[in-house]
Design a protein around this ligand. Structure first.
Ligand SMILES: *Cc1c(COP(=O)(O)O)cnc(C)c1O
Length: 357
């Protein structure tokens, strides 16, 4: 790869304002034991769970940019939609506590798992107010402005945070992350990955990495493992996100912009739906726990399950897994059920039984 292409790109990217929360590069660790068990010559993991701000994770990289621009940078309250265990809304609650803002959280039902309840309890105990909806569709019908990026403010005046913090600006944080990896490859910390595995939720991580890896001069491809339903995880969506990001980068004078890295869109690991763990994702979480790494079963567990299946299936070059999840544990106040809307705590009876009424 051409020397210093990533450094020059980073200088251009760093003209775009951000909060500056993301600092030192997250480390890349090699997993030689798991690699040899899977028949891989090299398996690395990019530890975004160790990113400094708040609890780390890819969401913080996006919010670093998203929250730095108006109207979010000036609004007293932010409106956001997500599942009851939304990592984005949990990250927002942490950001709001730090910046003295409030979050209007509009949450739809997903099956509860431990990581979902951890996030929900954290959301409930932050500077937040929660509204609960039985399904994503009902939330979308009740609050379309949270889903369509046509308006910057909600009906109640709160500034709207894009779904999954994925907007052109949010993806700039992911591009920056990719350039960080390019520099680590150039420094010899890992071989140039042939494939970079990530979960695909709102798509910003996959699209941002594809743009950033190419910009930094790597020839890697992105393998995006769908953790949401097919309608939401489409080639069409990825193409639209890529176009939006390229337009923003061009406006900001980031040039020349090479074509984005190829993205392999992988279906087949979703299981019952968004938010539901699968046997394969739980097995992947267990395999990584044996390496001292904590995945959760609804995003990263599914992406790792795909990686493990691919590695067993065929011969792969150097593989990098991007740990996009925040670190564990989040503080869990014992009274969080009392802070939930009654309709939600009632549905969580195995977690909230007896404590809410
Ligand atoms: C939100 C999230 C992602 C990011 O996926 P996107 O496609 O960018 O929305 C990845 N992993 C975890 C654990 C997340 O919470």
């Amino acid at each position: 790869m051409p020397p210093l292409r990533d450094a020059a790109a980073l200088r251009m990217i760093d003209r775009i304002p951000r909060l500056g929360w993301v600092g030192a590069p997250s480390p890349v660790a090699a997993l030689p034991r798991l690699a040899s068990a899977l028949g891989l010559d090299f398996l690395g993991i990019k530890r975004d769970d160790l990113c400094e701000p708040l609890h780390g994770g890819m969401k913080m990289r996006k919010l670093d940019y998203v929250l730095a621009a108006p109207p979010l940078s000036t609004a007293a309250a932010w409106s956001a939609a997500g599942g009851i265990g939304s990592g984005n809304v949990a990250a927002l609650a942490a950001a709001a506590a730090r910046l003295g803002r409030r979050v209007h959280a509009h949450l739809f039902w997903t099956d509860p798992s431990r990581s979902v309840i951890d996030n929900l309890a954290f959301i409930a105990s932050g500077p937040t107010s929660i509204r609960f909806y039985p399904s994503r569709l009902e939330l979308a019908l009740a609050r379309p402005s949270l889903f369509l990026p046509l308006r910057a403010r909600d009906g109640d005046g709160a500034a709207i945070v894009p779904l999954g913090a994925t907007s052109a600006l949010g993806m700039v944080g992911v591009v920056r992350a990719a350039l960080e990896l390019c520099a680590q490859v150039r420094a010899g910390e890992l071989p140039e990955p042939e494939r970079v595995y990530v979960p695909l939720g709102s798509g910003g991580t996959a699209a941002g990495l594809a743009a950033g890896l190419a910009l930094g001069g790597l020839r890697s491809r992105v393998v995006a493992v769908a953790v949401v339903e097919r309608l939401l995880a489409s080639r069409f969506r990825l193409r639209a996100l890529t176009a939006e990001l390229r337009a923003l980068l061009a406006r900001k004078g980031v040039a020349p912009l090479p074509p984005a890295a190829p993205i392999d869109l992988v279906h087949g690991y979703l299981g019952r739906g968004y938010g539901s763990p699968t046997p394969a994702s739980l097995a992947a979480c267990e395999a990584l726990a044996a390496e001292g790494i904590s995945l959760e079963p609804v995003y990263t567990g599914k992406a790792m399950a795909a990686l493990m299946a691919d590695a067993r299936d065929r011969r792969l070059g150097p593989v990098l897994f991007w740990q996009t999840a925040r670190r564990e544990p989040l503080p869990r106040p014992s009274d969080f059920c009392e802070r939930l809307p009654p309709a939600l705590s009632r549905r969580l009876d195995t977690y909230c039984g007896g404590s809410s009424r």
